[in-house]
Design a protein around this ligand. Structure first.
Ligand code: HEM
Length: 183
């Protein structure tokens, strides 16, 4: 399945990269071109999510599960692939449900921040995939200088996990209160 995985991953990577460029353009411009590009953002993100999910599923079939889950590098690739897919899916839902409002006030900067995070995650995902396919790149050196050695399993201390869960619940509650106040 390796050739199919390598062929499929081009779709989400290309679509998410174009989506990020559209977000940068729309963040800094209210002009005609930026609005026209933004009009295709929701479909771009949707197709990115579908092809990303397909690439993820086929990726799981490249190696036997025991092999993929025994290698720290492959585990890191799966983790980062999951995050990339989740982040870009959240961005799709945000743009789809939020409509034009996502470009008003502070919101546009949140969109820019989410897109930057998504690009960072997909870059590291691709870099780790490159190692698995025998195509190393210097991106891992950048990550190493930031404090993470990609050949060791990425982990978070328990207190960070607890903080993440508490923040997620708090943000969801805040969103519900906000939605109720608006209606
Ligand atoms: C959004 C999901 C994913 C993306 C964007 C992605 C991206 C990539 C990229 C860019 C490569 C390198 C291709 C090359 O340099 O020729 C790669 C290789 C690889 N990926 Fe993924 N990947 C994803 C999910 C997964 C998952 C879930 C697995 C499960 C273990 C996986 C396993 C592999 C393997 C084994 C290779 C090496 C293939 C080979 O030997 O040619 N990938 N991936």
């Amino acid at each position: 399945m390796a050739p199919y995985h390598v062929m499929l991953v081009h779709f989400p990577i290309a679509l998410w990269t174009v989506a990020a460029l559209v977000i940068v353009l729309r963040t800094f411009s209210d002009g005609k071109l930026a609005r026209a590009a933004d009009a295709v953002l929701t479909p771009l993100l949707f197709v990115g999510m579908v092809t990303g999910a397909a690439a993820f599923a086929v990726g799981l079939l490249v190696w036997p599960t025991e092999a993929a889950t025994s290698s720290p590098l492959a585990r890191n690739h799966i983790l980062l692939a999951g995050w990339s897919l989740a982040y870009w899916t959240v961005l799709w839902v945000t743009r789809w449900r939020g409509g034009e409002r996502v470009w008003q006030g502070l919101w546009r900067w949140v969109m820019l921040g989410l897109a930057a995070l998504g690009v960072g995650l997909q870059t590291i995902t691709g870099t780790l995939g490159g190692y698995l396919a025998g195509n190393p790149s210097i991106v891992s050196e950048i990550v190493r200088r930031l404090g993470w050695e990609v050949f060791t399993t990425f982990y978070l201390p328990n207190w960070v996990l607890a903080a993440v869960v508490i923040s997620a619940v708090a943000l969801a509650a805040l969103g519900m209160v906000g939605a109720r106040a608006r209606n």
